[in-house]
Design a protein around this ligand. Structure first.
Ligand SMILES: N[C@@H](CCC(=O)N[C@@H](CS)C(=O)NCC(=O)O)C(=O)O
Length: 201
């Protein structure tokens, strides 16, 4: 059975939500999130990060890679356009955008406000990170337009990846009234029964 190393309100939520959407059996090992205190990879999981998974002989971390792996191995074609399909390009683009382009400035905020705890001494860095995150969300807001989900074909694992990024942006006060479509999109995602079940763990 797939084992997920999980800490509530972290990126491991993505993995549990994906497994819930797929209806796969899994076991959760909940770890208490350890204060980072200047050094990352500090969590009590196989690689020091959440999320991480164990699936038979496979052990891995990195939420985007875990999502891709789980879909390849257990997805049976669900929640992602087929390899080589034209829409796969946009799927991969948003899946990676969520954790790289959009999350990079948010990580700076996490570092300053939660891990170093000296954000008040660096208002310029905080403002700069928030501004850079907002630019990424402007691009996303424009692309989403009136669509329900990131892809024309409907809900996909790219939405699962993006939701946690938007949730973090909301926590840090970046996702606000400037982004009405993204706020509504996040609410739509958070109303999915599989999301609700994952968020309760
Ligand atoms: N890019 C990685 C980031 C993983 C990550 O930084 N996870 C955070 C929790 S959301 C963590 O474990 N931070 C604490 C640490 O590094 O000790 C992913 O998507 O899995």
């Amino acid at each position: 059975m797939i084992k997920v190393y999980h800490a509530p309100r972290t990126r491991s939520m993505r993995i549990i939500w994906l497994l819930e959407e797929l209806g796969l059996e899994y076991a959760v090992e909940t770890v208490v999130f350890k204060p980072v205190a200047g050094r990352l990879f500090a969590q009590q999981t196989p690689f020091g990060k959440v999320p991480a998974i164990a699936d038979g002989e496979v052990e891995m971390f990195e939420s985007g890679a875990i999502v891709e792996y789980l879909l390849e191995r257990h997805g049976n074609g669900r929640l992602a356009p087929a390899v080589g399909a034209a829409e796969r390009a946009k799927y991969l683009q948003w899946l990676h955008f969520s954790e790289s382009t959009a999350f990079a400035p948010l990580s700076g905020l996490v570092w300053l406000t939660r891990y170093r705890d000296d954000a008040e001494q660096h208002p310029d860095l905080v403002a700069d990170a928030k501004a850079r995150a907002a630019i990424a969300f402007e691009v996303l807001e424009a692309d989403l337009g009136e669509r329900e989900f990131l892809l024309d074909s409907g809900f996909s694992a790219a939405d699962i990846m993006m939701a946690f990024t938007l949730f973090a942006a909301q926590v840090f006060g970046v996702l606000d009234g400037r982004f009405p479509r993204l706020v509504a999109y996040l609410e739509r995602l958070q109303a999915r029964p599989a999301y609700v079940r994952a968020a309760a763990l």
